[in-house]
Design a protein around this ligand. Sequence first.
Ligand code: PSV
Ligand code: MN
Ligand code: MN
Length: 406
Amino acid sequence: MTDKAYALFEEQQTARGIDVEAVKRKIKQFKIETPSWGYGDSGTRFKVFQKEGVPRDPFEKMEDAAIVHRLTGLAPTVAIHIPWDKVGDYGKLRSHAESLGLQIGAVNPNLFQEDDYMLGSVTNSDAAVRRKATDHLLECVDIAKETGSRDLSLWFADGTNYPGQGDIRQRKNWMQEALSEMYKALTKDMRMLIEYKCFEPGFYHTDLADWGMAYNMALKLGDQAQVLVDTGHHLPGANIEHIVAYLIDEKRLGGFHFNSRKYADDDLIVGTVNPYELFLIFYQILNGAADSDEGIRRGVDSIAYMLDQSHNIEQKIPAMIRSVLNVQSAYAKALLIDHREVAAAQEKNDVLAAEHAIRKASEFDVTPLLHAVREEEGLPIDPMEAYLTSSYPEEIKARGKGGASW
Ligand code: PSV
Ligand code: MN
Ligand code: MN
């Protein structure tokens, strides 16, 4: 059945002029980083529900992440969050990850959970708090050296709730001061990925509220500073694909934090309510990947695809498996876009034909293609089923309740 379905798929796509072998190669190369905090007891607002079998420390988080990677072949790196993943010896955490076939990915400083940061971290009007916050950023650069991480993902909860609460321009300059100090500490291979968020926890203003502010900051810092697009951080109706295309063209798109949101920054499973948006994001990325400018192609090549999700009511490992599979399937569909067809329609200013050329690709069923890829890679055809029928869910129950949380 699988063979028949795949043969049909291949015939159909070849007839459209799609190089299916090239598509398969790209799917096999595509990887998504999972966040350590999505394995622990964490979760969106109001209450964190404790689950049985949740990892008790960063080492066990790596073990769960390794299962996701082993079953999907998609998630070889894990982002860490400091101090949630603080350990005495990062070399030991790194070796543990490597022994499981993983690598430690982006290091995420945490500048939002201490009382000192109530009125801001790097933009706090108290110089001692700013110093403490900047020192934490520097500490994270040192940790990244030990973990072998290239990227530092930076999200600041800094902002205000009321007009006049802070001097917005002064805070902007303090932000730049702290980031510049951090930038100077980077090794030449490291990158600072700067997130923005339109609101929360600052509801009047946030110091880095949108992609333009993050981009401006990155420009002032230098080439190793890039923008991180968290899909949950936009106002309703924002055209994220446009932001993505713009940043690609400016060679400043550093990476993504994928998640799904219906209302605010819910950090829910990517692709559950807006798979078409995800597909359109990949359309822009693939458009950049085919650019004649080598710099743009290089930029696209180094985009970090990461999840930023906190699973509260869901089972953690299956939620992560579902997430990486959703991203893979949106990417696979985008690989079926015939860019020549799009270009021809644009050339003729044929609006409907252009839209059709894009949408059509999203309507193909990529299941046989993904099954074939998994078969060739020696992976289970259905990673979710493989997990649920494995002994792992039962084994981790021995960890009991009350695992790691933030
Ligand atoms: C808070 O909005 C947030 O979700 C940011 O997106 C960060 O990337 C994440 O937490 C982890 O610090
Ligand atoms: Mn994020
Ligand atoms: Mn967020």
